[in-house]
Write a protein that binds this ligand. Structure first.
Ligand code: SAM
Length: 467
């Protein structure tokens, strides 16, 4: 039997994780069946159970894993998919991350956007219909200090293109101090996102040689400081491809449990980036690349282990993989992304400044139409954090059935708003038909009425309607 561990201080117990992996090797098919049955209850899984599922190889059991993860996903999230786009504001970086195109060893002309340039990027994003951004920056205390990040957030929230507005900014910047997290909270960010890259301390140190980010303990305790600073929603992730994926998934679960016990709420989201080629980065130098089969299992297992934690997929994955993972795990995807500083304006001039190679180059409207065709509701909803449904409060609502009566009408309303503002006549017709059909499936008259009334209100010029 493996031990259960909880430590008030965030520290991954390496021996414990390795013992979980070792112990799971003997898992029988019957035991896996038992765990899969248990997972249907949406109460999450023990570490040893996650370790056991990571051993599934049998085709029938893999199929069952996907089916149950699909059902859990449907129960918790319905058919909504949240959309967002990244906005890179600065590529100055003092770090030397082996896997990253922004490493300071790479010599190229670096830049940070001026407020005017940020406004231009935001206007382009708003013209695409985006309402929710993930703000991204390299780490450089001199060239990209917190004051610059805060000013950028203010500029983004203050930029409106016709009816366009950014209503939620999630922030993905380097680990920082409680004081700085308080400032981010005051600036009204949504989720603070930070990828651990690798929980394996040895790999982590190798991947971040001689640089600020190389401090493993400071990085792993960033969410503790963020929560102390008042940020309710934190978004985790590892960069799959750096270390043993089983070690990473189990460590993610331990990190989540640590936050749940200490702060009453774990990760708001988990992102699952996989390593991509980048400037000075070729994949053959990484011995732990995660193949498609393992990657799909990981997504399904995380879905079962933490059913109420949103899962995010970026354009690092191609259209086909994104479609498949929506079925049994992913609840948020980026669309129409540029992953470089000033990338949206540069793209209009035919230039590509991406941080790493993307695999899905479709425009947001193409992604949206494809989602509708597959019976998903593309959602630009940002209501939760603006109505104070964050952190533990959000999790409690999410765990009750009530969430469907908020998220679905809000999602349908934002889709209708998108169609009116950014769709042509054909798209608007198609979207309205879909919104009405979806509304008719809701078993509460007041909620149906709310959606149908919103269609009229939006046509009459009202915007930003939500429960
Ligand atoms: N500088 C911030 C930090 O230190 O956390 C994060 C911003 S960075 C733009 C966002 C993420 O991109 C990183 O956390 C890393 O996981 C990911 N990334 C870097 N290089 C990558 C690559 N070659 N392929 C895929 N993802 C990569």
């Amino acid at each position: 039997m493996t031990r259960k561990r909880f430590d008030e201080n965030m520290k991954i117990d390496r021996e414990y994780v390795l013992s979980l992996i070792e112990g799971a090797k003997e898992t029988t098919k019957e035991e896996i069946d038992r765990i899969l049955e248990k997972a249907k209850n949406k109460k999450g899984l023990e570490h040893s159970e996650v370790a056991a599922l990571l051993e599934i190889e049998d085709k029938e059991q893999v199929k069952k894993l996907f089916e149950i993860a699909g059902q859990v996903k449907k129960d918790v999230y319905g058919n909504r998919i949240v959309l967002f786009a990244p906005l890179y504001i600065s590529d100055y970086c003092v770090n030397n991350c082996v896997y990253c195109g922004y490493k300071c060893k790479n010599k190229f002309v670096r830049r940070r956007l001026t407020m005017d340039e940020i406004r231009k990027e935001v206007e382009i994003l708003e013209k695409m219909g985006h309402k929710r951004l993930a703000l991204e920056a390299g780490e450089d205390p001199v060239n990209c200090p917190i004051e610059y990040v805060l000013e950028s957030i203010k500029t983004i929230y203050d930029t409106y293109e016709k009816n366009g507005a950014i209503r939620r900014i999630n922030v993905n910047i380097a680990a920082t101090t409680v004081e700085n997290y308080k400032k981010l909270k005051e600036a009204q960010i949504g989720t603070y996102i930070l990828f651990q890259e690798s929980y394996d301390e040895e790999v982590y140190k190798k991947m971040h040689p001689n640089c600020l980010k190389g401090n493993y303990d400071y990085h792993t305790t960033a969410f503790d400081r963020a929560m102390e600073g008042g940020i309710d929603d934190v978004g985790a992730g590892v960069l799959f491809g750096l270390a043993d994926p089983k070690f990473e998934v189990l460590s993610l679960m331990m990190h989540n449990q640590h936050l749940e016990k200490k702060f009453g709420v774990g990760f708001h989201t988990i992102s699952v980036p996989r390593l991509r080629p980048a400037e000075g980065v070729t994949l053959e130098n990484f011995p732990h690349l995660v193949d498609d089969d393992m990657f799909k299992k990981i997504v399904a297992i995380i879905r079962l282990a933490v059913p109420y934690t949103g899962m995010i997929l970026s354009t690092r994955e191609d259209e086909e993989m994104r479609k498949e993972l929506l079925e049994y795990g992913i609840s948020q995807v980026s669309a129409g992304s540029c992953t470089g500083v000033g990338g949206y304006e540069e793209a209009m001039n035919g230039k590509n400044v991406d941080q790493f190679e993307k695999a899905d180059e479709r425009t947001p409207i193409e992604v949206i139409e494809d989602l509708i065709d597959h019976n998903y509701i593309p959602s630009y909803c940002t209501a939760c954090y603006r109505t104070g449904r964050t952190g533990e409060k959000f999790m409690n609502i999410a765990k009750s059935e009530k969430i469907h009566y908020m998220c679905k009408p809000n999602a349908l309303t934002t889709l209708m708003e998108y169609a009116i503002d950014y769709g042509d006549e054909r798209f608007l017709k198609k979207a309205e038909k879909f919104v009405r059909e979806q509304a008719s499936t809701i078993d509460r008259g007041d909620i149906k009425k709310f959606i149908l009334a919103n269609i009229d209100k939006l046509k009459n010029g009202e915007r930003d309607l939500y429960i």
